[in-house]
Structure formats: C-alpha cells, structure tokens
Write a new protein. Structure first.
Length: 386
C-alpha cells in the first residue's frame, strides 16, 4: 500500500516548537511519509538562522523557500515575502503532490502557504485554529482566514473548538486534542539547568526572568517605546533577565534597536533565538515569564510559574490564574514582576493554577486521525453549516 505523503510547513521558531512533536509522531508511523518545507525567519541570520535547530533526521525530504529582508518599508517587505512564499510554494507542491499539508498557527508565512495549498487542491490540516488574541495585531484575522481555508482542524481547547464550529465548519472536521507544546514539555528533551548555567552564566540561586516582546502590527510606530518601557522595568528591577529577539512582524526593527541599547546591562543575557529546547529549559528554571509572547499564556501553566503579560497583543487569549496583565507603564510592570516573584499568595496561586491546554498526547491524537481519515472528495469539498 502506498504511504500517505504529508507535507509540513514551518516558517518561524515558535511555530516549529508546536510542530516538532507532531513531526516526530508522524515520522514513527510506517504508513506515512513526511516532507518538510522550511521558509521565513528560519533562514534569516538576523533572527538566529533557526533552520539549524530543526531536526530533519526522520524526514523523507526537505525543501527550503529562500527569502530576503531589505525593504525599508517593513509592511511592504512582509507582502513581498508573502508573494515569494506563494510563488516558490506553488512549484514545490506541483512536484511534491502531497496528500495533505500541515500548518500551525497564524503567521503570514503560514497564511501564504495556506492560500497556495488551497488553490492547488491540497487538503490543509490546521493546528491551533480557533484561538483569540484580539490584541491589535493581524494574527486573529489571519488565523481565522486559515481556518476557513483548512479541511481539518486540531484545537488546543474547548473554547477554540466551539469557535471553529461557530465559524461554520462541519463538526466531523474539528478535533479538540490539546496543545502539542505539552508533548514537547513531557518529552523532557529540552536543555538542562546545568547546560543553561554553563552557556549563559546564570545563577540558579537568584530569580530568573524570561523575556520576549513582539511588535503589535497595528501599532508599529509605537514598538520602540513599548518595548523600551519593559526593558527599563527589567533594568530597574535588577534581576537576571534572558531576553530573546521578537518575531519577524513589522516593527521588529524598532524592538531590535531598543534591545541593542541594552547590551551593556550586566544582568541581561541577550540572545537572538533560544530554540524550543533551550526556551523550555529556561521556562523550567525561570521564576517568571515577562512580555507578550503567547508562550507566556500557553506554557507557563504547565510549569506552574507566573506570567506578566505586557500590553494588548494577547488581550483575548485563553489564560490561567497565573497571569498578571499590565499596560505599557514601567512602574506597573515593575510592581507586577515584584508581585510575581515575592508575593507568596500569588506564587501559590500560580503553582496551583489550572491548565486550559490539556495534559499531553495531542500529537498522537493528530497522527491517529491523519493516518485513518479517508482521502476523498468529501474531505476536499467543504460545506458550510451557517
């Protein structure tokens, strides 16, 4: 019997962390043949060239879509990258002829690949659909647009599952499996404390802050001031802070400018990209996660640590009781960090928080469906239930 040929697309570090356990599970199934398509910030030196951290040992074939960043207008640059991914993606799909393609999340690179696959009649498998962020950036609209193009949906929580049904998707297409990132955590394949201490000169006897702040794409002109407020709060708090680069959204250059001004701060450890193994390793030993990354809301509940969520980017996202939301105000952020680190009542609350994103096993559930779902016209021809 011919193997099912499944393409997996990854365009950035965060989304690869979500896909990694799925790729591993699918690759272990003898009935499936996995092909990987890599593009986006994975291939950019400015963002750590994270393609080097992708495990391709179990993948049948790897294809790369090259990109470049050199346009002075970052919004125009994004559209040029979008069109480049579509153009190269069309050629790849015409040769690959995969039975399915897996996409995760809400990035512009992912959206470009979704549009390409849709018009080439390649059934789209979408992970992490139905979520809300509503924080003034483009991700919500892109995420829901991919949902309307996708043929099968794997959600991380019941609210997202119901939201996709309310968008008119047929019930048999939607599976609530939990978050695949929990599978990464349960694998315990991330960096150890000893490894991180050696590489970053971290003192485990003192508090550690893990910080990432992304731009808000409808507020790009404010990105510098927004992140500077956070960085100033971290400076004045005086705790060890591991600071990672933002995602490649318009406004990222302003955040990089603010970070570059902090290279001499002695208690800062600045790194372009940690990769999912070092990132989860730091989350295990961190005292608090600060910034506006979705990982602060989705992964900290499992590690039972507080999250200080800054600004609006994650405004509507499902969260546990361990999150403190703050505006872009230095003193408020400082107070929130001190509460997260020193308020015993709040730390107990964080330690006992619920986990709305499941308890693991999502990758196996996804593989079980993809191994058995009929590949027929019913899968390809969507019907809306409005």
């Amino acid at each position: 019997m011919d193997k099912r040929k499944i393409a997996v697309f990854t365009g950035n570090r965060a989304e690869y962390g979500l896909l990694n356990p799925v790729i591993g599970e699918l690759s272990s199934r003898t009935s499936l043949e996995i092909h990987l398509i890599i593009s986006g910030s994975h291939l950019l030196e400015d963002f750590g060239r994270t393609v080097a951290e992708i495990d391709i040992s179990s993948v049948k074939n790897v294809r790369k879509i090259p990109i470049s960043i050199n346009h002075t207008n970052k919004k125009v640059e994004l559209l040029l990258l979008f069109s480049s991914i579509m153009q190269h993606g069309a050629h790849i799909h015409s040769k690959l002829k995969s039975d399915l393609i897996i996409l995760a999340g809400d990035r512009y690179e992912t959206f470009a690949m979704a549009v390409t696959a849709y018009y080439l009649n390649v059934p789209i498998i979408h992970l992490f659909g139905g979520d809300l962020s509503q924080g003034g950036h483009l991700d919500d609209s892109v995420r829901h647009s991919i949902t309307k193009l996708a043929h099968l949906h794997f959600t991380t929580n019941e609210s997202s599952h119901n939201r996709i049904l309310n968008l008119g998707e047929e019930k048999w297409r939607v599976f609530n499996v939990g978050s695949t990132v929990i599978d990464n955590i349960l694998s315990s394949k991330y960096a150890t404390a000893d490894e991180l201490v050696k590489e970053f000169n971290i003192d485990l006897t003192k508090p550690i802050i893990l910080f990432t702040q992304h731009p808000v794409t409808t507020e790009t002109e404010m990105a510098y001031n927004q992140v500077k407020v956070s960085l100033d709060a971290l400076k004045e708090c005086g705790y060890q802070a591991v600071i990672t680069y933002p995602c490649h959204d318009p406004g990222y250059d302003q955040i990089l400018k603010a970070i570059s001004e902090c290279t001499s701060v002695p208690h800062f450890r600045i790194v372009k990209n940690l990769g999912w193994k070092r990132y989860l390793g730091f989350m295990k030993i961190a005292s608090v996660v600060v910034g506006n990354s979705s990982s602060g809301l989705m992964e900290t509940p499992f590690f039972k640590i507080p999250c200080v969520n800054v600004g609006t980017r994650q405004e509507g996202r499902l969260r546990a009781e361990n999150v403190i939301d703050t505006p872009y105000q230095k003193d408020v952020i400082k107070d929130a960090i001190n509460t997260a680190l020193n308020d015993n009542d709040f730390r107990r609350k964080a330690f006992n928080c619920s986990n709305p994103y499941g308890n693991g096993g999502a990758s196996k559930r996804i593989a079980d469906v993809l191994e058995s779902i009929p590949l027929n016209q019913a899968l390809l021809q969507k019907k809306m239930t409005f």
